[in-house]
Design a protein around this ligand. Sequence first.
Ligand code: PBG
Length: 312
Amino acid sequence: MRDMVAETSLSAEDFVYPVFVREGENIKEEVPSMKNIYRYSLDRLGEELAELSDLGLTKILLFGIPEYKDRLGSQAYADEGIVPKALRLIKENYPDFLVMTDVCMCQYTDHGHCGILDGSGYVKNDESLEYLGKIALAHAKAGADMLAPSDMMDGRVGYIRRLLDEEGFENTGIMSYSAKYASSFYGPFREAAGSAPSFGDRKSYQMDYRNSDEAMREHRYDIEEGADIIMVKPALAYLDIIRRTRDEFDTPLAAYNVSGEYALVMKAIEEGLASESIIEEILYAIKRAGAKIIITYHAKDYLRKKRFPGGR
Ligand code: PBG
């Protein structure tokens, strides 16, 4: 009865699972601050994909950890970079997966910022776009289904869309990190990807968490520039932003339940402060707030253990 009248449902279809790939051989290493989340070398990536596929999870968001970093983040747009190599492998061997890729420079630059810097350490927006375009093309050529620019440079969606269309990749989609807040909830990810800025912070290009109207503006620009999916990130402290976005726009909406949110919850469960069912409660809250797509590190655990929706 309770199930019949429940207003919200969750299934494998709703989730996108983040996957970290790195150079090297025979590597499956746990991210220190993220229990059960691993970085894989390509020869072992199949283990992860098989597990996901058994759970019906066939949408992934790929993040690469390169062999080396430099000022221009050249491994991000190299055809032999880690993400293009992973894409070719997945597309050849696991054609059922829908693969989205993170388009950003921070994991690849030696300074850890999301763009190209000028002499005094400021990100140069327009020059950064050129590099983001190169990354986007390298991923599209290697078979990415959808590109996810996460840098928050102005005009990036339009720039990438035009470039993709010109180069014959009209069918490659864009999921824009349209409302991405400058947040302390990204800590564990930066450890996972080795992408913490070596100086300064990301406040000049990510959003101020005191603002909500600004998020609506950012969504609007990205939709006008051609985004197929818009996003709110992080999710939990931003459920109001998710709901407001849902009410104001009908573009498919994703929410990113980020690394710090995951790490807090896992730690609380491990310490016995909360039961595992908080995972389910959180995922339902994000869905109920209005996100159609949930990018979450909890996806596997949730699908393995889901039992009694609606509380017990
Ligand atoms: C940038 C990027 C970040 C995340 C996704 N893409 C880090 C950042 O902006 O600092 C964070 C995801 C998470 O915390 O789970 N490439």
